[in-house]
Design a protein around this ligand. Structure first.
Ligand SMILES: Cc1cc2nc3c(=O)[nH]c(=O)nc-3n(C[C@H](O)[C@H](O)[C@H](O)COP(=O)(O)OP(=O)(O)OC[C@H]3O[C@@H](n4cnc5c(N)ncnc54)[C@H](O)[C@@H]3O)c2cc1C
Length: 414
């Protein structure tokens, strides 16, 4: 079979790449090893599909913490506002939720996926399911085809949109990297990101706080006394360690640090809106002196966490504020503002939301996403060494990269 562009992977970036290339008049074939398209896309935003984020371009790039700046040129060609306009044109109603996250009004990922597949089909894109890409066929450093488990497709360009290596049950099992490596490309180390963290602290091992969630706290990754990064979001204690949005956001920094050290210190500010001084003022108010500490604490933190803190600083449940020593009260304030604990690992890559690492960006043209080593070979999505926070940033990168790679690949047709 002969076509202009072969897209490998009918995921987030692959679907957009196919639409973009076909819109420019290219004959496009999408090769997908699953029986259906967009398995990972369906899972995003808790099954509601976090299509993009409405924040400014600078903010988007900032939230793509792993090499977001590389996408500057891509976003000049297609960005979050273009994604919103794209779905509007397909009559998909979108809404903006907290932290600028954009979802379909239907609250169903299926709405987004169907819109993409229908649009691709209306443009004549051919979907080949249950086809595994086995090799990119290259002649004189120029793509001439793609070999699958069924046949060899002749084409002028191939867009590799095979995703990362997390959640392999969705199809993005890392098999794409091998095809690329064989052409001389380098893959930077693949590590989990946006992932829960493991701790061996006694309160984790004895499950004292398991299942407890703390709302709107500030979590920091520490390097000695310096904060490497801080995120103010929700936090969760689990049976193996810690999780929740603030932990996911800090996780890539922790995973990187754990490459050369055995533990990393995290610091929790449970009351980010209350300064040390204000906390002290509240504590020394005349009218609270006869109050039990436990009662006072309950104003600020969930009772389970209050009980844990009292135990940590050896204050009894019935003790009145007036009877607490200065040293103990200082310890309590520290626990509320600077609760430190160690993490020693993350859950494995398979259980991470996003893959950190991928095809080295030094070998990709930033404007076209074409390989610098092989003409007619393009990249889009998580396969590249780019990773962002959840909240629509990876999806924005995948859609934008897909659009741009699709456009430039279509220009190659002979
Ligand atoms: C549970 C979960 C929730 C997430 N939530 C968010 C979120 O809220 N916000 C956010 O920004 N990001 C989120 N992400 C990340 C986001 O989904 C991905 O970054 C994005 O979908 C990547 O798109 P992609 O096109 O690169 O890869 P994918 O969408 O993974 O598509 C890759 C496709 O390639 C196919 N494929 C792979 N190898 C081959 C081969 N050899 N031959 C043929 N086909 C192949 C796969 O089957 C797959 O269909 C989440 C991820 C997960 C797992």
């Amino acid at each position: 079979m002969k076509c202009d562009v072969v897209v490998v992977g009918a995921g987030t970036s692959g679907l957009m790449a196919a639409i973009s290339a076909a819109s420019c008049g290219a004959k496009v074939v999408v090769v997908e090893q699953n029986q259906t398209a967009g398995k990972k896309l369906l899972l995003t935003g808790n099954g509601r599909c976090n299509v993009t984020n409405v924040c400014s371009m600078q903010e988007i790039i900032k939230h793509i913490v792993g090499n977001g700046k590389f996408l500057y040129s891509v976003f000049q060609q297609f960005n979050n506002q273009d994604i919103i306009a794209f779905f509007k044109e397909l009559h998909v109603d979108l809404k903006v939720e907290d932290h600028g996250r954009v979802f379909p009004v239907s609250n169903k990922s299926k709405t987004i996926l169907e819109a993409l597949v229908n649009k691709a089909q209306s443009l004549g894109v051919v979907f080949q399911y249950q086809r595994v890409a086995k090799a990119i066929v290259v002649k004189n450093q120029q793509v001439v085809g793609l070999s699958t488990n069924q046949e060899v497709l002749s084409c002028d360009s191939v867009i590799m949109a095979t995703g990362g290596a997390s959640f392999p049950q969705t199809g993005s099992n890392g098999s794409g990297y091998g095809l690329i490596r064989r052409l001389g490309h380098h893959i930077t180390p693949l590590l989990p990101s946006e992932v829960a963290l493991v701790s061996k602290e006694s309160f984790i091992l004895d499950k004292t706080l398991m299942g407890l969630s703390l709302k709107d706290v500030c979590l920091s990754v520490m390097d000695q006394h310096k904060k490497v990064v801080s995120h103010r979001l929700d936090f969760l204690f689990t049976h193996f360690g810690v999780s929740g949005p603030s932990v996911l956001r800090c996780s890539s920094f922790v995973v990187k640090a754990l490459q050369h050290q055995t533990t990393v210190t995290l610091q929790l500010d449970v009351l980010p809106d209350v300064s040390y001084e204000t906390l002290k003022d509240f504590w020394y108010q005349k009218e609270v002196q006869t109050m039990m500490v436990k009662q006072w604490l309950k104003e600020y933190v969930p009772s389970r966490f209050a009980a844990f803190l009292l135990h940590q600083v050896s204050i009894s449940e019935q003790q009145q504020i007036a009877n607490v020593s200065k040293k103990q009260s200082q310890q309590l304030f520290s626990m509320l503002k600077e609760f430190r604990f160690e993490v020693c690992d993350s859950l494995p890559l398979q259980q991470a939301f996003v893959t950190m690492g991928g095809v080295s960006l030094k070998e990709i043209h930033a404007k076209t996403l074409e390989s610098k080593l092989v003409k007619g070979l393009y990249f889009a999505g998580e396969i590249m060494d780019i990773h962002g926070y959840t909240g629509g940033y990876n999806i924005t990168a995948a859609f934008a990269g897909g659009y741009v790679a699709g456009y430039w690949a279509s220009q190659k047709k002979s």
